[in-house]
Write a protein that binds this ligand. Sequence first.
Ligand SMILES: Nc1nc2c(c(=O)[nH]1)N[C@@H](CN(C=O)c1ccc(C(=O)N[C@@H](CCC(=O)O)C(=O)O)cc1)CN2
Length: 290
Amino acid sequence: MRSTTACLLNGKALAEKIQGDLKELITILQPKIGRPPGLAVLMVGDDPASAVYVRNKERACAKLGMASFGHHFPGQTSQTELEKVIQELNQDPRVDGILVQLPLPPHLDSVALLHTIAPEKDADGLHPMNLGRLVRGESGLRSCTPAGVMRLLEEYQIEVAGKHAVVVGRSILVGKPLGLMLLKKNATVTIAHSRTQNLAEITRQADILIAAVGKPQFITGDMVKQGAVAIDVGINRIVKSDDNAILVGDLDFESVAPVADYITPVPGGIGPMTVAMLLYNTVLSYQDRQ
Ligand SMILES: Nc1nc2c(c(=O)[nH]1)N[C@@H](CN(C=O)c1ccc(C(=O)N[C@@H](CCC(=O)O)C(=O)O)cc1)CN2
């Protein structure tokens, strides 16, 4: 029996470091470009979690000296109205990055909206052009959460090449792009999902296990290989019996930490890295668009 517990991969600290570096870069670039980088955030409806994330993104922009252009629409806003606003933002010279906060109300077609964003302003890296560049291994704007996972692995010098990486979850936001990024770094990649049979058998083979299922504490210690790197992409708010809410990931931290060599916490792991990579993408577009 191991008496040690996993080393924490501190996404919060790395995100702060990245944001500090971006702030310095902006200070250098701004006098030459004559304006700060600008990020437009579109939110539709009143999902409370989305409202918190949007506010955090706007605060993060302000901290770095970036301009943010918030567009908050009522839940019943039409597809056409939103597409018109995105087209205007595509033409707005003050805007370097555009993102549509997800999830959207069910009457909206998120894929069609993402298509409307100019690929060079696609701060979330979800436009088919940027996803296509990722498939081809070309440079382009990368999806923020997967890019945050890769950057965190790099920071802790965790070797990916030749390792078996198992991604649990196949969303367009995380699972699919992350699988491609891991593949680009020469990992052997398995993407598991809700229809995967004998899931535990597969997760137990992972040198690097990424949980992106959206189910609280779904992956337990008995599903993890001894010495694995366990990355938690989930952020689930759970209301306890005393009515207090806590945040938990898709990993059951208590049982996974004693088995893994490295683990990301929730909060303080991949969440802050997502925001840092969003700001990074926006500054990249700012630089490239000059
Ligand atoms: N257009 C997008 N929509 C969504 C994305 C995305 O990347 N692009 N990801 C998630 C939500 N999200 C960003 O939008 C996000 C979620 C959580 C965090 C974060 O820093 N979480 C903190 C805890 C915050 C809290 O107290 O609630 C942490 O994990 O430490 C950042 C970004 C879905 N939608």
